[in-house]
Design a protein around this ligand. Structure first.
Ligand code: IMP
Length: 179
């Protein structure tokens, strides 16, 4: 089924059920790896909000959550490379085990910037869980990228938190642009 958002058409790429199944696998691994470490899950807004909520619901070990907000697409269908730092973390992460929760890694520019910034605050460790990664678009070596729910082609997607012109975030699955 095709859907239209503003001037673009999209079709489903990943179902809600497939996402939930990967979320459970990733959370199971986090429960094992971070037992007795009281990790801090840091969501990167806005796109992370559904993925973060679903991961957190499956995490059964003691943990804390926090958010930061960055933007780089600013309305269009490709990265502007200009990162806007909209909201900094309000908590001290020194000595803490940080699990960054990202919606999508495209060029990797945003994540590279954020990881470098947070490392300056001396956390005990940092890893990244990303819902989507576009391996063909990746331009950075991101060794912190530990968990990837899905790898996709270099295509524009919306849904499950991701937007086109701030719309489509409420779609339950992930939809790709029909060209
Ligand atoms: P990067 O810095 O090039 O890795 O871009 C990362 C950011 O761009 C993500 O956090 C998203 O906000 C946005 N982004 C990248 N690809 C897409 C897409 O296909 N759809 C919607 N937003 C995207």
């Amino acid at each position: 089924m095709k859907i239209k958002i503003a001037d673009l058409e999209f079709e489903q790429l990943i179902t809600y059920e497939a996402i939930q199944s990967r979320v459970k696998q990733i959370a199971r691994q986090l429960n094992k790896d971070y037992e007795n470490k009281n990790p801090m899950l840091v969501g990167v807004l806005n796109g992370c909000f559904l993925f973060m909520a679903d991961i957190v619901k499956q995490v059964t070990i003691p943990c804390e959550i926090a958010f930061t907000k960055l933007s780089s697409y600013q309305g269009g269908v490709s990265s502007t490379r200009r990162i806007r730092d909209d909201l900094d973390l309000t908590v001290n992460i020194e000595g803490r085990h940080i699990i960054l929760i990202e919606d999508i890694v495209d060029t990797g520019n945003t994540l590279d910037y954020l990881v470098a910034k947070l490392k300056q605050r001396h956390p005990a460790s940092i890893i990244v869980c990303a819902m989507l990664v576009k391996p063909d678009a990746l331009e950075y070596e991101l060794k912190e990228l530990k968990h990837i729910a899905f790898e996709i082609e270099n295509e524009f997607v919306v849904g499950y938190g991701l937007d086109y012109m701030e719309m489509g975030r409420n779609l339950k699955g992930v939809y790709k642009r029909i060209i």
